[in-house]
Design a protein around this ligand. Structure first.
Ligand SMILES: Nc1ncnc2c1ncn2[C@@H]1O[C@H](COP(=O)(O)OP(=O)(O)OP(=O)(O)O)[C@@H](O)[C@H]1O
Ligand SMILES: [Mg+2]
Length: 306
């Protein structure tokens, strides 16, 4: 296994984070989006890479959907062959809610199937990391697909990941898979910042009261229980509706319990990174003269044609 110091960094990116879980459907993409937007609201420069080539969710959750299927060469994702390509040849990310975003979903229609072999998924994400003109970022967050094989293995081996945020729900079935993801990150010396317990209780839309919805695991899983709890996020149907419309809850319902939980989670992530990497503040990259103006904010855009 490659030593941590030999793993690659992305130029001008302060902290590279991944959001993952062994389990599907537990809220990784929701956490990634709201973490990114909440950090941006707190004044950080943030990028978000959708690492799910099979089922990219970020375009829909941030309201930059591409419904029409791509044809022929349109569907080819232009990737850099080498690490060092000039900025003008790089892909421009979209800016949404203050976050620079990139997704394979920008190149394919949302109902279009793509079938990269699992073993090239990690390389695809790595090449996207290099091919995008991120500019200067405090945080670059990768929303991982579920699982503990690819692309996670390639990314962990080749990129210097500064932290992993684990997402789970409270049932045993999710916690077992999340414990596997924890073991995977620990096995390759990727620091796990903590765990987010998502869908932890249900907020009734009528009376606003909280109820338990999923049976709480009866088994202790001490490896997870010993991790710092970054957030406990209730299940709120309004969060799904807003997410489906492209408005993350930290924007559309900023004082709701779900949004407040995401905001606190982002504060804890920032504080944990700062505590674990005191060097990063000192080494903060200097912003160039064009600073953040490389991409245009695409507020209100609901659909992309290309
Ligand atoms: N706290 C929450 N309250 C209500 N709905 C939620 C919450 N968190 C996530 N959801 C909804 O659950 C569904 C699955 O969430 P999401 O896509 O974020 O999961 P995922 O782990 O990324 O899934 P996948 O493994 O397929 O990538 C989405 O419809 C999302 O809006
Ligand atoms: Mg997802």
């Amino acid at each position: 296994m490659q030593g941590r110091t030999q793993r690659a960094r992305i130029d001008q990116v302060g902290t590279l984070l991944v959001v993952g879980s062994g389990k599907g459907g537990v809220g990784k993409s929701t956490v990634s989006v709201n973490l990114a937007v909440a950090l941006a609201k707190q004044g950080a420069k943030v990028g978000l890479l959708d690492g799910d080539a099979y089922g990219p969710s970020i375009p829909m959750m941030l309201g930059v959907r591409k419904r029409r299927a791509s044809k022929g060469t349109e569907a080819i994702v232009p990737l850099a062959e080498k690490k060092d390509i000039p900025a003008e040849q790089k892909l421009k990310p979209l800016l949404r809610y203050g976050v620079k975003i990139m997704s394979v979903g920008f190149f394919i229609g949302e109902e279009q199937a793509v079938a990269p072999m699992p073993d090239v998924l990690g390389m695809l994400i790595r090449q996207l990391l290099y091919s995008v003109d991120w500019g200067v970022l405090d945080y670059l967050i990768i929303d991982l697909p579920p699982g503990t094989s690819e692309p996670q293995a390639t990314l962990c081996r080749e990129m210097q990941l500064d932290g992993a945020v684990l997402v789970t729900t409270l049932q045993d079935i999710a916690r077992i898979d999340t414990a596997k993801a924890l073991a995977m990150f620990q096995g390759v010396q990727v620091p796990v910042l903590g765990v987010v317990q998502n869908m932890d209780g249900f907020i009734c839309p009528h009376c606003g009261e909280r109820a338990e919805i999923f049976p709480r695991s009866q088994e202790s899983r001490s490896v997870l229980d010993e991790l710092p709890l970054l957030g406990s996020v209730p299940l709120d149907p309004a969060a799904v509706m807003n997410g489906d419309k492209g408005h993350p809850v930290v924007i559309s319902m900023p004082v709701s319990p779900v949004a407040l939980a995401f905001t606190r989670m982002a504060e804890r992530v920032a504080a944990t990174v700062k505590a674990q990497r005191p060097d990063v503040e000192a080494e903060k990259p200097v912003v160039g003269k064009d600073g953040d103006d490389t991409v245009k904010e695409e507020m209100g855009t609901d659909e992309r044609e290309d």
